[in-house]
Design a protein around this ligand. Structure first.
Ligand SMILES: Nc1ncnc2c1ncn2[C@@H]1O[C@H](COP(=O)(O)OP(=O)(O)OP(=O)(O)O)[C@@H](O)[C@H]1O
Ligand SMILES: [Mg+2]
Length: 276
């Protein structure tokens, strides 16, 4: 790994020609076509219908930002993709394979393609930083300890924390913990990275460092990103598309420029004027 390609974690970095995007994915889709698909997905909690026949698609390599009022179901969408929850109706497909309904083995395989970073970091508190990152690649992907450690060190360098390998999460700031959580998600070489308000639990002065790392990932890798954020400048910088949710549906979608400067829907205008 040369110092000038800190973002390239692929096994064969020399294959990446100058100017080409680095490949972080274990198994990238060949055609750059549709990667995520929700078909008529309904999710209820008791008599609260959170998603109501939701349809949407995300193409491989795209960066899509989900916006919408609190309780509109943004986190629920990401949790469904992570198989932390199941839809009541409809189908979810990732890279052409059904996530739901599907046999357990298939779900595990699809699940490996997806990484998630949460608002509250969720690092393993009893493990040092390095082990937080190597644990899943070793136990889930079957990497050797040495391979996993080499990759973890590259990723820690990328997020600016090469000197924190031996720290425990409690010894890090919130921003540092979140950057470890991003490195941990990337260590699995996901095709898709799900980001759920990853800076909203941070002190304001720590937000920039985390967003800079995510901008770097967005601009220098092929990873598909599905992002929930209230950081509208960040969303504008990285997004190909913004989806506005309300009452269980996508009520409006478009380029960040269009949605942020000329929203069609009254509900979108109200929402944006409240947060901008
Ligand atoms: N495990 C659960 N049990 C019961 N209700 C839930 C559960 N998880 C989510 N809900 C409900 O589903 C709705 C959508 O929640 P969700 O967390 O997806 O919203 P959100 O758009 O992410 O909101 P926020 O912007 O506040 O994070 C809310 O009404 C919430 O109360
Ligand atoms: Mg949420």
């Amino acid at each position: 790994m040369s110092a000038d390609t800190p973002l390239d974690t692929s096994a064969t970095p020399a294959d990446t020609a100058p100017g080409e995007k680095a490949d972080h994915t274990a198994n990238p889709p060949v055609d750059g076509g549709e990667l995520i698909r929700f078909d008529k997905v309904t999710k209820r909690f008791g008599d609260n219908t959170v998603l109501d026949g939701l349809d949407f698609r995300v193409d491989s390599g795209k960066h899509v930002t989900l916006i919408g009022p609190s309780g509109s179901g943004k986190t629920t969408i990401l949790r469904l993709l992570m198989t932390l929850a199941k839809p009541d109706e409809g189908t979810i497909t990732v890279a052409g394979e059904r996530l739901h309904p599907a046999p357990e083995k298939q779900i595990r395989e699809v699940r490996k393609k997806i990484g998630m970073v949460f608002q509250q970091f969720n690092l393993f508190p009893n493990m040092k930083v390095l082990r937080n990152i190597t644990e899943a690649p070793v136990t889930v992907l079957g990497l050797s300890g040495d391979e996993a450690e080499a990759r973890a060190r590259e990723l820690l360098e990328m997020v600016g924390l090469a000197d924190k390998c031996d720290a425990y999460p409690s010894q890090l700031s919130g921003g540092q913990q979140q950057r470890v959580a991003i490195a941990r998600a990337l260590a699995m070489r996901p095709q898709v990275l799900l980001l759920d308000e990853v800076t909203s639990a941070l002190d304001p002065e720590l937000v920039t460092g985390v967003l800079d790392v995510l901008r770097d990932i967005a601009h220098t890798t092929d990873i598909t990103m599905l992002c929930v954020t209230h950081e509208m400048n960040f969303a504008r910088d990285i997004s190909d598309q913004v989806l506005m949710f309300d009452s269980g549906h996508v009520i409006e979608s478009g380029s960040p420029d269009r949605i942020f400067t000329d929203p069609e829907h009254e509900r979108t205008r109200e929402f944006l004027s409240a947060i901008l």
